[in-house]
Design a protein around this ligand. Sequence first.
Ligand code: ADP
Ligand code: MG
Length: 433
Amino acid sequence: SQVVNYAPFTLLPSAVPSALFEQAYAVQQDFNLLVDAISQNKEFLERTLASTIKVDDFTARLFRIYTQVLEEGLAQSVFLGINRSDYMFDCGVDGTPALKQIEINTIAASFGGLTSRTAAVHGRILKVLGKPKEASRLLPNNPSKGLALGIVKAWELYGSQSAVVMFLVEEVQRNIFDQRCVENELWDRNIRVIRKRFRDVFEKGSLDDARRLYMDGQEVAVVYYREGYMPKNYNQQNWEARLLLERSRAVKCPDIATQLAGTKKVQQELSRPGTLEGLLSGHTEAVARIRATFAGLYSLDMGKEGDKIAAMAIADPDRFVLKPQREGGGNNLYGEELRQVLEKIKDSPERTSYILMDKIKPQPAMNYLLRAHSPLQVSECISELGIFGVYVRQGKEMVMNTAAGHLLRTKAIEHADGGVAAGVAVLDTPYLV
Ligand code: ADP
Ligand code: MG
């Protein structure tokens, strides 16, 4: 962790169809509303995750904290969501690309900081290559500022001048510079930032009678999680620290309910006819915009429907992706491996810890992937576009709802899975066509 490497990036920006880029931005406020609505809908979360929490211990532990916090009654009244909705451009039979959502990340959505710099890098490269006109067409992009403005708003509404913002970070801080970009925006606005691990919270965190959160005697207004989304982030002490944070009045980004709203099982349930309409009643156009981005998603819950889906995937594994309730890349199953795993668990409740999704097939393009200590070679690549969403709610009232910028990640086609942090994808800049 003492060694600094440059973040991996493409040599050249990648072509992105401008209509799909605009579509992704246009649906982001709808997704913010949707995630926020799910986080407030106990009945929906309970029903949707019922089968999953029976077999998936991690989701079950998160759910237990969620229930416990609700039973005690929420001390938190200001809510801050920072999410990133990720898409690929699916190439239809006639070759027309369509925007299809891969997933929405509601906790620790990263690279908003580093990607605020990539347009400048690619602009410079294009100029060096004698393409100043093309360089001038790259869009400015500053998610770190947009994310910070959400944190600032939540901090203001919390209403204590002396309170700090706490970044909850990993033991080994590999992606620290990405986080610093957001942090710097807060210091620029005279907001104090502290960086702590779950371990520090366990040792030094406390609540007062009004459940205000204190760290080392400093009141904390906002907790921004850049950790806590995968099982290996937790030991028993860390779970206790998480519970303490969730019980507190501090604005958690995200609160435990919003983290659960980002599970793959919830994503799959949203694609069922009628679900979106129920969650966003009265928002007919938003529902249509959201639904247009959905790929085929299928439940593997026990019963006839699940049996049929499992058989369909086993018969044609290359058409699908099998996803467990995990975040962070490298967990999904494809092709022959998908078939073998599903064959093994198809009659067991274990299958309900997964969802099945249609595999998106984008049109590849050539690019160079530049990665520290790796040989330079041209690769056939595909890209994934992410849009950052930021919203703040006070009680029942939405006081901020924005799209705060974008992220383009590109990887060689031989890797089915994995993001930048997993060492597979690299940072890119969209070149709209
Ligand atoms: P994670 O939470 O681990 O990031 P994702 O759902 O984003 O899980 O999947 C990880 C990666 O796998 C994506 O970045 C993408 O490259 C690939 N992937 C996921 N779903 C699909 C899909 N339906 N079709 C094609 N590739 C996919
Ligand atoms: Mg992902």
